[in-house]
Ligand binder design. Sequence first.
Ligand SMILES: N[C@@H](CCC(=O)N[C@@H](CS)C(=O)NCC(=O)O)C(=O)O
Length: 233
Amino acid sequence: MALRLYDLAGADPNLRFSPYCWRTRMALAHKGLGVETIAWRFTEKAEIAFSGQGRVPVLIDGDTTVADSWAIAEYLERTYPDRPSLFGGAAGLAAARFINAWADTIQVPGLARLIVIDVLACIDAKDRDYFRTSREQRFGMSLEALCADRDRQVTAFRQSLQPLRTMLAAQPYVGGRAANYADYIVFGGFQWARCVSAFRLIEPDDPIHAWRDRLLNAFDGLAGKTPRAAPAG
Ligand SMILES: N[C@@H](CCC(=O)N[C@@H](CS)C(=O)NCC(=O)O)C(=O)O
């Protein structure tokens, strides 16, 4: 039976923009595993209650349910060892843990300060009050105020990416010569932004831009061909 994945969707059910779900979708493609995605909205908590928590991604593989993108990556690596490796061994997995923590605590919140207002614009109407209230509580201000100064704030965000930029000037992927799960973790954040926002995050001459393009083209353009809410960025 095909794997199934609960995947965050916008008002348009084909708009799939969660940074965490993109980590998982790229990981599944890396393993060569087909997946049926199920559009899920923020307020549809009851539909994933069987997973024991209220966030996506949630993966169903036969009798097994796994929630959380990192747990899913470890599950896939353990369950499908004969498929291309997501981590390249124990040391790769250990280093990817750091990247996961960096992305969750620095990259994704940094991106949110720049594009969360655009997320609000493309989510389903039934999600809007919940999204606004929960995010305004998290950031301690209105979403409009959070993003008001983004043209200036983006400079600090770009500076925060310097370690990634330095790395990608020396090698094509975070994983080295080829992409691995470490790439998909970081890519997920940029793909989130790209799907919902036209705001320019990265300059075209930045090595990060070229790396992102390589991943947009990977797996027959899986990420590059996905519908977007905004035309450019
Ligand atoms: N640590 C989790 C985070 C998952 C997460 O926060 N997912 C968001 C979608 S991007 C979600 O489901 N949010 C539900 C909510 O805010 O109620 C992972 O890595 O999968």
